[in-house]
Design a protein around this ligand. Sequence first.
Ligand SMILES: Cc1ncc(COP(=O)(O)O)c(C=O)c1O
Length: 423
Amino acid sequence: MQGPLAPLTVTGAQGSWFFDDDGNRHLDLGGQLAYMNIGHGHPRVVEAIRRQAAELPVIGPNFANRPATRLAEMLAEVTPGQLNRIFFTNGGAEANEYAIRMARQATGRQKVVTRYQSYHGSTLGAISATGENRRFYAEPTAPGFVKTLDPYRYRCAFCGDRDRCTLACADAVEQTVYGEGPENVAAILVEPITGLSGLVPPPEGYLRRLRELCDRHGILLIFDEVITGFCRTGAWFAAELWDVTPDLMTVAKGLTSGYVPLGATIVSERVAAHFDDHYLGAGLTYAAHPLACAAGCATLEVYIEEELAERAARTGARLLERLHELAARHPCVGDVRGVGLLACLELVRDRQTCEPMSPQRTEAALSPEMAEVRRAILACRAWPLIRWNLIILAPPLNISDAEIDEGLHALEAGLEAGDRALR
Ligand SMILES: Cc1ncc(COP(=O)(O)O)c(C=O)c1O
């Protein structure tokens, strides 16, 4: 399947746009892979990287460095509750690897409960935690991971009534934990809002139920906020939206908006205390890289100065309204979901049966109809993330209203193509 790939060569980028080598501009509706939160080419971050490169571009993780110390302090300020201890990684998968390892070491238990529809990264532990439709290529995966069904309201496996949620999805997590024996379960690891594996926000009360379940049995709650972190959802972290604080939180992407790769495993004081007198075997050669941490400090300053959480909440609410208007005009849209500036259109062949326009499996090629949708959107030079039967939007958080209008125009072209292809 790599054969037909012919990626566009990008030669520059600014704000919500990137430019190809023929001089065309393209609208970044997907924020690359849902990480370009502050927009391309932000002068504050570019300058911080330049300054750090001149001062101390690199030093090993066996030494402290100023930007890493400062970034850890800044993170402790913005993370919820007692999530104050920071372990820097090269990205999101590695952050999850260490969250899993720390949870196992701190509890002395082995099993980790995750969800069927999830993505936690591509390294062995992280892909073992990942759900079925994005894991098949890595089998056989590591033992010790147990899956439970998702709170996917549009395709609810439990209540069978989208308008009346009984939180049977939370009961299911509880049953999984009881089935495995709570005394064997180290952690429950979830994305608070499922990201690129379905864009599924949790029903009201669901995350609180997970918190209570963990508290009852001494299980650690881990939130993977690799996509939802850093103002994307209209709050610094999605955890705040439901007022639930995990014991460990993993971040990457928006931490530097991708300007230099960086992630972190963020740990509560209580969990961190275990490692005061127990050896933590963790860390890669480039951990706490000064260039990446300098980019992180500058990126956090941008979130604060440009009030990007508030802005994402405002722009996201308007965007969601407009997406609902599009859905009303186009029968190929089965569902519209969104929190802050993270939104999706789920396309179907038939609104009654909800049959997906394209299978929800990563290895499957897009169906001819979904390929038509994609072609029509890209013809307008707009780039949402298109996966399975989903059109996912995660643009820069400072995208303008006029740019959103241009993006919606492109989406409408795609939906017209989808309706036409189904007729
Ligand atoms: C929710 C989530 N967790 C973890 C990862 C892995 O992050 P990385 O690709 O930086 O390893 C991703 C990547 O898309 C993700 O979406």
